[in-house]
Design a protein around this ligand. Structure first.
Ligand code: AMP
Length: 396
């Protein structure tokens, strides 16, 4: 069974092709295009690349195309991307303006190009759907909840990968299996051993921290939209609900302009005034740029805030895992996040932490009660596995 996972951006198309034949999981091919102006041609070129690499002879060999879809009204989990689901994604375009519109366009183009191949989406909200109600609910009236104003949470594929992989690294294969079967069991299954507590830090262009108990999310830093939680590359992160009407009135700007500033000119870019990329900001900070240093300090403080929240809720942690662009590559950010936590049993090993290429590593000191991991995420594999399970469960 071959499943293609397509990662759609507004001007990019990246893909990975997995083969699940003979009970194995093999990555057959990966590739991508940036600065795409003609999407139908990009899909055509992707298929041509797959054929050239002998990964497929024809697109009829594809059992499905999987997508890491973000959010849809009243839909989560792993679903077939039919007209109803596309409409539900469209209904929440406003919550994920950078993601939903290009995904809807891209999915429609894939459907036109290969009408016989099932298109399946694993929503980024799916991993958090079984979190306790208390961590999903905002303190708003019921009428707000009824229209979807609640914490949904995102980066679900990445946090699920961390849930599975961290359990394997901690030699808790029971929990790894429970995490793998999460959507089949509608939540974590009963674990006979001690509870396994992991805090997953997905730190990249977009960032979130999730508390994971026995392979399932108990809460996450992102809320109703991916604009919340930690500061992101150019998006604000958490903000007092009064700030928006106050800024609109006081700066004399429209709500749309204020939204644009919060989603495009805020976050690390907004504070640093330098860049939306941690590498550029760190370079500027090293040269004495105070705003750049402050941006990194705010990012580190916010990450610690959320780690602290889940450390308490989980009654400690067996592991903290770092993943995504910054989490996998920035030794200095990891060191700053883990500094001065010896009293909580969290101790980083400076030498082991000195990994700058994304490699799976244990970076905690030998006497650290909490293991600290760097785990390169593999969101596409999670999407492909769920798409495979969906196909098997819906054979007819
Ligand atoms: P992602 O969203 O996971 O693709 O992460 C992309 C982001 O990771 C970039 O925008 C950078 O801010 C950050 N990043 C990538 N490489 C490094 C690095 N070597 N050091 C610090 N941050 C990095």
């Amino acid at each position: 069974m071959k499943i293609l996972v397509a990662n759609i951006g507004s001007t990019s198309l990246k893909w990975r092709l997995f083969d699940f034949s003979n009970n194995a999981e093999r990555l057959l091919h990966k590739g991508g295009f940036e600065r795409v102006t003609d999407y139908p041609k990009a899909i055509e070129d992707c298929l041509a690349d797959l054929k050239k690499a002998n990964a497929i002879a024809s697109e009829s060999e594809l059992s499905a195309v999987g997508f890491k879809t973000v959010i849809a009204k009243d839909v989560t989990g792993c679903v077939r991307l039919d007209d109803r689901v596309l409409q539900a994604m469209h209904d929440y375009n406003g919550l994920a303006p950078a993601h939903n519109p290009p995904y809807i366009t891209g999915i429609k183009l894939f459907a036109q190009r290969m009408p016989k191949v099932p298109l399946i989406g694993l929503f980024e909200t799916a991993f958090h759907q079984f979190a306790p109600e208390a961590s999903q609910r905002y303190a708003v009236p019921d009428s707000w909840l009824k229209i979807g104003v609640r914490r949904w949470g995102f980066h679900g594929a990445s946090h699920k990968f961390i849930a599975e992989r961290s359990a394997e690294l901690l030699k808790r294969l029971d929990v790894a299996e429970s995490a793998r079967q999460l959507y089949v069991h509608h939540g974590a299954s009963k674990i006979s051993g001690a509870p396994l507590r992991v805090i997953s830090c997905h730190l990249g262009g977009s960032s979130s921290v999730t508390g994971i108990l026995n392979g399932a999310s108990i809460g996450t830093s992102m809320g109703m939209s991916p604009q919340s939680g930690l500061p992101h590359n150019n998006r604000v992160g958490d903000l007092d609900s009064e700030a928006l009407p106050y800024a609109v009135k006081t700066l004399g700007i429209s709500v749309e302009e204020a939204q644009k500033q919060l989603t495009k000119q805020s976050g690390l870019l907004g504070i640093s005034g330098v860049s939306n990329d941690v590498r550029d900001i760190a370079d500027a900070a090293a040269k004495g740029n105070a705003s750049a240093k402050l941006a990194l300090d705010v990012f580190v403080a916010s990450t610690r805030h959320w780690i602290g929240s889940y450390f308490l809720q989980l009654n400690g942690a067996d592991a903290i895992a770092f993943t995504a662009g910054t989490g996998e590559n920035s030794a200095s950010i990891r060191a700053a996040i883990c500094a001065n936590l010896e009293n909580l049993g969290i101790k980083i090993d400076a030498e082991k932490n000195n990994v700058t290429r994304a490699t799976e590593t244990v970076i905690s000191a030998a006497d650290s009660a909490v293991k600290i991991f760097v785990i390169p995420t593999n969101e596409e594999l999670v999407v492909a596995r769920e798409a495979k399970r969906f196909l098997e469960a819906n054979k007819n």
